[in-house]
Every structure is written in structure tokens, then in C-alpha cells.
Design a protein around this ligand. Structure first.
Ligand code: C2E
Ligand code: CA
Ligand code: CA
Ligand code: CA
Length: 278
């Protein structure tokens, strides 16, 4: 224990130091990973709630660390966001997702929307140009690409944000509002955002259908989506009861462990083939 203030201050700064060293270690490791082919994408299918067809997938980044094995994004994305390294990670993700989608496009698959997660720091005036250049380089039809953006990315300069969104839409790339309801977006902004889909966060899906607040929140998001003519997708669907509640509430699409975990590309292709036979 810490008997004096001095002790606890010494303890605290030692601890902070350790935290800082750990962060620096992860940061330099991630820099290395970017150049060294240690990042990869898994694809979690998204399903139409009626009929159960796979209509797209969310690309989720993983880090295959030579010693520590497969590291989930929660262990390095937040750090990458604070250090700014997220920009390079985001560039890698866009590149890798488009390369993969182009392979599927060439194989003659019906178009799937492959969604990538875009952090606030990536949502800049440079983004539309980068998207256009990457689509062109892979000769990828823009319908293959979707961006998931969180409300926090959009709260700063609304006019600027809408301008960037318009440019992205003009390319034919769709936008989805991720983790909807967990941030601070005001409904008057929501009305103005040229987006395609609202995504109900897993924190709300979890309590369906027993938690009255989660039910109220989910049905409200679905109703707002319908009024604004957006699609609504629920993430984190794990049970048949959740699925049934969402279906009865008019949700359009679902994603979650009930159907599939995020999959490596080859396993995703297998899941697609099985889904098409349905
Ligand atoms: P998110 O965008 O909310 O993604 C959904 C997360 O929930 C994913 O975790 C997914 O694997 C997980 N998930 C999906 N279905 C279920 C379910 O039924 N039950 C449970 N318990 N979990 C489910 P993951 O892959 O660990 O990603 C975590 C977060 O990391 C993502 O949250 C996203 O914010 C971030 N992230 C992942 N990839 C990227 C990326 O390429 N760029 C950026 N900027 N962020 C990323
Ligand atoms: Ca997401
Ligand atoms: Ca979420
Ligand atoms: Ca998210």
C-alpha cells in the first residue's frame, strides 16, 4: 500500500512510465506490422433479415503478431487513434479491402457491400480522393464499398463533414452510421447527413427482448431510420429471440455471432456459397 502521498506519487509515475513504455512498444510494433504484412482482415457477413441472404460484410482488422498471436483491434486501434498511426492503418485497410473485393468482383460474384471502419481522424477532405484513386486502381465498382463511421467523427464541423459525405456519395460509395445512439449526435444533424444505413450498436442489441430500455431504443432507432429512409442494421445479434424482436420491429439487416463470426477470406467465400444454395 501507499503510506504517504510521496509514495503514491512515486508509484503512480512508475506506473505511468510502464504504461508509456507499453504504448511505445505497441506503437513501434504496429509501425513494423504495417510494413511487414502482419495486419489482416476478417469479414463478418451481414444478412438481410427477410430471406437471410448475405448482402455484404464488415471488414475487421486483426494483427498477426509473431509472438503474441492474433491481436484483436480493441488492443491496438484506440492507441493507433491517439498516436495518429490510425491514418496509415486506415490506408492499409482500404487497400486490403478493395484488393479483396476486386478479386471477388473478378470471380463473378454478385456485388456485396464490403464495409470498412473509418476513424474520426481519417474522415478528412483527403478521403474522397483517396477512395476514388483506390477504386480506380483496382477497377472496383463503387457499389462494393461502404464506410462505417461513428458519430464522433461527424460532430466537429458539420458543413465540412456533409461536404465530404456528399463527395463520397458522388463516387457511389455508401455510408453507414456506426454505433448509432452511443454518441452525441443530435437528430437535427442526423436529418442532414447523406447516409444510407443506421447501425444499432451491440450494447442495445444485447438486452433484447427482455430489457425494456434496450427495446425502446432499438425500436426508436428503427423508426427514425424508416422516417429518414435509411436502412437499419443491428450488430451483435446472438440469439433467436433478439432476431425475432428485430424482425417484428422492422429492422432490415442483421449481423452477429448467431449467424457468423468474422471470417478469414476463404471461409467467408465458403459461407457465401452455402448461403447462395439456400
Ligand atoms: P465495431 O465497429 O462496433 O465492430 C463490431 C465488433 O463486434 C467486432 O469486434 C465484431 O467482431 C464484434 N461482434 C460482431 N458480432 C458480435 C456478436 O454477436 N457478439 C459479440 N460479442 N461481438 C460481436 P472486433 O473485430 O474486435 O472490433 C472491435 C472494434 O475495433 C470495432 O467495433 C471497430 O470500432 C474497431 N475496428 C475494427 N477494425 C477496424 C478498422 O479497420 N479500422 C478502425 N478504425 N477500427 C476498426
Ligand atoms: Ca463497425
Ligand atoms: Ca459497435
Ligand atoms: Ca464502431
Amino acid at each position: 500500500g501507499h503510506d504517504t502521498l510521496e509514495d503514491s506519487v512515486a508509484f503512480y509515475s512508475l506506473d505511468m512510465n510502464r504504461g508509456m513504455h507499453e504504448r511505445m512498444r505497441i506503437e513501434s510494433g504496429l509501425r513494423h506490422a504495417l510494413g511487414n504484412g502482419e495486419l489482416l482482415l476478417h469479414y463478418q457477413p451481414k444478412f438481410q433479415i427477410d430471406g437471410g441472404r448475405i448482402i455484404g460484410a464488415e471488414a475487421l482488422v486483426r494483427w498477426r503478431h509473431p509472438e503474441r498471436g492474433l491481436i484483436p483491434p480493441g488492443d491496438f486501434i484506440p492507441l493507433a487513434e491517439t498516436t495518429g498511426l490510425i491514418v496509415q492503418v486506415g490506408e492499409w485497410v482500404l487497400e486490403a479491402a478493395c484488393a479483396q473485393a476486386a478479386v471477388w468482383q473478378r470471380a463473378g460474384m454478385p456485388p456485396l457491400r464490403i464495409a470498412i471502419n473509418v476513424s474520426a481522424r481519417e474522415f478528412t477532405a483527403a478521403l474522397p480522393g483517396r477512395l476514388a484513386a483506390t477504386l480506380a486502381r483496382y477497377e472496383l465498382a463503387p457499389v462494393w464499398l461502404e464506410l462505417e463511421i461513428t458519430e464522433s467523427a461527424l460532430m466537429h464541423d458539420i458543413e465540412r463533414v456533409i461536404d465530404i459525405m456528399d463527395q463520397i456519395n458522388a463516387l457511389g460509395v455508401t455510408l453507414s452510421l456506426d454505433d448509432f445512439g452511443t454518441g452525441y449526435s443530435s437528430l437535427s444533424y442526423l436529418k442532414r447527413f447523406p447516409i444510407h444505413t443506421l447501425k444499432i450498436d451491440r450494447s442495445f442489441t444485447t438486452g433484447l427482448p427482455s430489457d425494456a430500455s434496450d427495446c425502446a431504443i432499438a425500436t426508436t432507432i428503427i423508426s427514425i431510420g424508416q422516417q429518414l429512409r435509411h436502412k437499419v442494421i443491428a450488430e451483435g445479434v446472438e440469439t433467436v429471440e433478439q432476431l425475432e424482436f428485430l424482425r417484428q420491429s422492422g429492422c432490415d439487416e442483421v449481423q452477429g455471432y448467431l449467424f457468423s463470426r468474422p471470417l478469414p477470406p476463404f471461409e467467408f467465400e465458403t459461407a457465401l456459397r452455402e448461403n447462395w444454395l439456400l
